[in-house]
Design a protein around this ligand. Structure first.
Ligand code: OFO
Length: 169
């Protein structure tokens, strides 16, 4: 059902979602070592969500043309200068994911692959939310100040943001 080019991009996206999960889990470990337990929990939850994104793709690929196929992954970045750098890297990464999804949407449209185009709409919406979330966190960090006691308040703020997201489901 999919062209080879579409299947290649869908499988590439599987790898990107797994990489995203690994990256957020690795960032979470950095935060935990710095005593930023709210940030660590937030990032660990993000890591789990990325696996959900991968599973959705995996099932879609196999239900349509298949087969879903995993490739080699690079190691995620593990060392950061500051918690701001962690979340800036997160935002930059999400922008990369958005670009990859947009590329698939464009190909699906140009090939008249409407099933894939329709499937990808969930990801398009999700990316708007994820970029906005990282952007908001960074704005709050700049507002509160990510040094000394500011770090404590940031950690509290992120804990609250996570529980609001969890209660929305
Ligand atoms: Fe963080 O995004 Fe998946 O798709």
């Amino acid at each position: 059902m999919h062209s080879d080019a579409m299947l290649k991009l869908l499988n590439r996206q599987v790898d990107l979602e797994i990489f995203s999960s690994n990256q957020y889990r690795q960032m979470s470990a950095w935060c935990e070592m710095k005593g930023l337990l709210g940030c660590a929990a937030f990032l660990k939850a993000q890591a789990e969500e990325e696996l959900d994104h991968m599973r959705k793709l995996w099932d879609f690929i196999n239900e349509t043309s298949g087969p879903a196929r995993m490739g080699a992954l690079e190691a995620p970045k593990a060392d950061f200068e500051s918690v701001i750098e962690v979340f800036e890297s997160g935002l930059a990464h999400e922008k990369k994911v958005t670009a990859a999804i947009n590329e698939m949407v464009e190909l699906a449209l140009s090939e008249k692959d409407y099933a894939t185009f329709n499937f990808l709409q969930w990801y398009v919406t999700e990316q708007v939310e994820e970029e906005a979330l990282f952007q908001t966190i960074l704005e709050r960090m700049h507002l509160i100040g990510a040094e000394d006691r500011g770090l404590y308040f940031i950690d509290q703020e992120i804990t609250q943001m996570r529980s609001q997201l969890d209660s929305k489901g």
